[in-house]
Design a protein around this ligand. Structure first.
Ligand code: SF4
Ligand code: SF4
Ligand code: FES
Length: 249
């Protein structure tokens, strides 16, 4: 027999002075292959047109539909109700500005993070539009691509205790991105330059290493490996910085 699902959804409109944060329950009959994307759209179409949530691709590639699903950050479009109990609690991602209900503004956070770590290839080579594309070893290109698969959903930030306590913490997504630029031979930044960006408690040394970020990443990005790699690399850079400072004294 089909289940009747109870959705307890966070409701709050920060732009409405009369709005108070609360959970509102909605009921839906479960249909085969129902996912949270379809369920939320059905609720909005059939029961409450004011419900706010974000979707774009419906295929786990845009990152817009991330929310806290029964206590764990995840993508709504990738989550089937058959994998959840009858009671489904949906909250907006913490750590980002609330737009309303389940909708958060991840864009402002990600833009600031990308600017802060200067997430682009730093090269002194002059751009030549007629030049051929630079060749890269296949294995290396694949290694970089593996880290580039991040869809900026924000799940790793929402799951990270450090990021929740410390808004200045860069988070696994930024540290993974730096690891990607370190791999890229076109980027001319040195270890010292990278140390300036992530060699502090706002970066790799603020990470507690409990790996909630990797547990929730919907793209299965190997965040654990990158955090370990950066910790070792920045640890060595810290020792080198210290020794050269001692030498100058
Ligand atoms: S391992 Fe580090 S980045 Fe990942 S959730 Fe824990 S503190 Fe955050
Ligand atoms: S690293 Fe994973 S969880 Fe974090 S923003 Fe990228 S895709 Fe989302
Ligand atoms: S709608 Fe794009 S990731 Fe879910």
């Amino acid at each position: 027999m089909a289940r009747i699902l109870q959705f307890n959804i966070f409701r709050y409109n920060p732009n409405d002075p009369d709005s108070k944060p609360h959970l509102q329950s909605f009921y839906l009959d479960e249909t085969p292959n129902l996912n949270l994307f379809i369920a939320l759209n059905r609720i909005r179409e059939e029961q409450d047109p004011s419900l706010m949530f974000d979707f774009c691709c419906r295929a786990a590639i845009c990152g817009a539909c991330a929310m806290v699903i029964n206590g764990k950050p995840g993508l709504a479009c990738k989550t089937k109700t058959k994998d959840l109990p009858e009671q489904i609690n949906l909250l907006p991602l913490p750590g980002f500005k609330l737009v309303g209900d389940l909708s958060v503004d991840t864009g402002t956070w990600f833009r600031a993070m990308n600017e802060r770590i200067e997430a682009w290839v730093h090269s002194t080579k002059e751009f030549d539009p007629s030049a051929e594309e630079e060749r890269m070893d296949n294995a290396l290109a694949e290694q970089i691509y593996e880290l580039d698969r991040c869809i900026e959903c924000g799940c790793c930030i929402a799951a990270c205790a450090t990021a929740q306590m410390r808004p200045d913490f860069l988070g696994a997504v930024a540290l993974n991105r730096i690891a990607r630029f370190i791999l890229d031979p076109r980027d001319e930044r040195t270890d010292k330059d990278y140390f300036e960006i992530v060699g502090s408690d706002q970066g790799i040394f603020g990470c507690m290493g409990l790996l909630a970020c990797e547990d929730v990443c919907p793209k299965n990005i190997p965040l654990q490996d990158q955090l370990g790699y950066l910790r070792r690399k920045m640890g060595i850079a810290a020792v080198k910085n210290y020794l050269s400072w001692r030498k100058k004294k």
